[in-house]
Design a protein around this ligand. Structure first.
Ligand SMILES: *[C@@H]1O[C@H](CO)[C@@H](O)[C@H](O)[C@H]1NC(C)=O
Ligand SMILES: *[C@@H]1O[C@H](CO)[C@@H](O)[C@H](O)[C@H]1NC(C)=O
Length: 347
């Protein structure tokens, strides 16, 4: 009896020491990671790591969301900008047909809604289905200052969440039918938006941006908690070097696809973002309405895949990358090899 009680005491002591250790390292981490914040009346507060500037004012970023549908696919049916956001939101919402699914496209660093891949994906989506397609343009706040652009993703994501939550509340939009497609910093915008909506059906992240988004904290970057289903395509995940490697190599979604290893792309020996984008967006737009299948192979690493250990599709473990990804497939990382020329079908 006495021995038992001694052991009991020792265990409590041990548990308390461990707790203390955990607590003290936690508070140390908190001390070393200082933050700053700024609050807005209807968008709430932004609390960011001090390694990043605070987001610019909504009017400066001037993010604009355009609605397209099958009736008006060339010019937007309705537009809402930051400067008249609260006065226009009601009218904008009334143009969205909430019985239909809604696709949202968000560009990234230095691009705009006019960059070729954006209207291309919009048109492919409208060919595929009778959707509401929202295109977000935040080209007044997305560079060339990368640090500021990275920070502005919080503002743009919060505004997008506000818009979608408003449509949910006032127009019974079913957020399970919302699918956000974001590239580079736009993938981080999608994550911030998804984090603030309960709950987006799907987010597709195309090369989610890496610099400033390496903390494994679900509040600070796109991850699988931001939507019911998150699929990620990696093509530019090499170590960040200023001109290439802007993408995160880390697996972030329910399923992550690594194209040709996820670091460099064939036909893009000079790895400039534009050639990588051509492959990436060519491939994804094609996956919406094309015969290419883009099957991913479940594997523990690219070198295992490359040496031929994971080429089969036994047990139906080969989900298609892109639009028709199988949501029921096993969670994890998938690998595939493509050719270097359009339509980039599998080797
Ligand atoms: C902001 O965007 C709107 C469109 O939403 C445009 O009409 C306006 O000119 C833009 N303002 C600036 C300062 O760029
Ligand atoms: C919302 O959409 C999802 C997926 O399309 C569907 O399963 C669900 O029943 C819908 N919910 C409502 C309330 O209509």
């Amino acid at each position: 009896m006495e021995i038992q009680s001694k052991m009991w005491k020792r265990c409590i002591f041990l548990a308390l020491s461990v707790l203390y250790m955990v607590y003290s390292t936690e508070s140390k981490n908190r001390q070393t990671r200082t933050t700053h914040s700024k609050c807005y009346s209807f968008l709430g507060c932004f609390t960011l790591d001090s390694t990043m500037p605070l987001p610019q004012e909504p009017n400066t970023i001037n993010s604009t969301t355009m609605l397209f549908n099958r009736v008006s696919s060339g010019s937007p049916v309705a537009t809402i900008g930051a400067q008249t956001f609260l006065t226009d939101i009601k009218q904008f919402g009334s143009y969205v047909d909430t019985r239909k699914e809604t696709k949202v496209i968000v560009h990234g660093f230095m691009h705009s809604a006019k960059t070729a891949w954006v209207p291309k994906i919009k048109d492919e989506l409208l060919k595929r289905g009778d959707f509401n397609v929202l295109v977000v343009d935040w080209s007044h706040g997305n560079g060339p200052d990368y640090d500021q652009a990275a920070s502005n993703t919080y503002m743009v994501g919060t505004e997008l969440a506000y818009l979608i939550n408003h449509m949910k509340q006032h127009y019974a939009l079913n957020t399970s039918g919302v699918h956000i497609i974001g590239h580079s910093l736009g993938a981080q915008v999608s994550g911030h938006a998804g984090h603030r909506i309960h709950k987006v059906g799907r987010i597709t992240g195309l090369d989610p941006a890496e610099p400033h988004f390496t903390f494994p904290d679900p509040d600070t970057r796109l991850d699988s908690s931001d939507a019911d289903f998150v699929d990620i395509i990696h093509t530019d995940g090499s170590v960040f070097k200023g001109f290439a490697g802007y993408g995160l190599k880390t697996a972030l979604g329910h399923v992550d696809f690594y194209v040709n290893g996820g670091e460099h792309q064939p036909g893009c020996e000079e790895p400039t973002p534009s050639s990588i984008n051509a492959l990436l967006h060519g491939g994804v737009a094609k996956s919406i309405n094309s015969p290419c299948k883009f099957y991913g192979h479940f594997c523990s690493s690219f070198s295992d895949f490359d040496s031929g250990h994971c080429n089969g599709c036994q047990g139906g473990l080969c989900p298609r990358m892109g639009y028709d990804v199988d949501r029921s497939s096993q969670k994890g990382s998938y690998y595939l090899a493509t050719t270097s020329v359009s339509p980039f079908c599998e080797k």
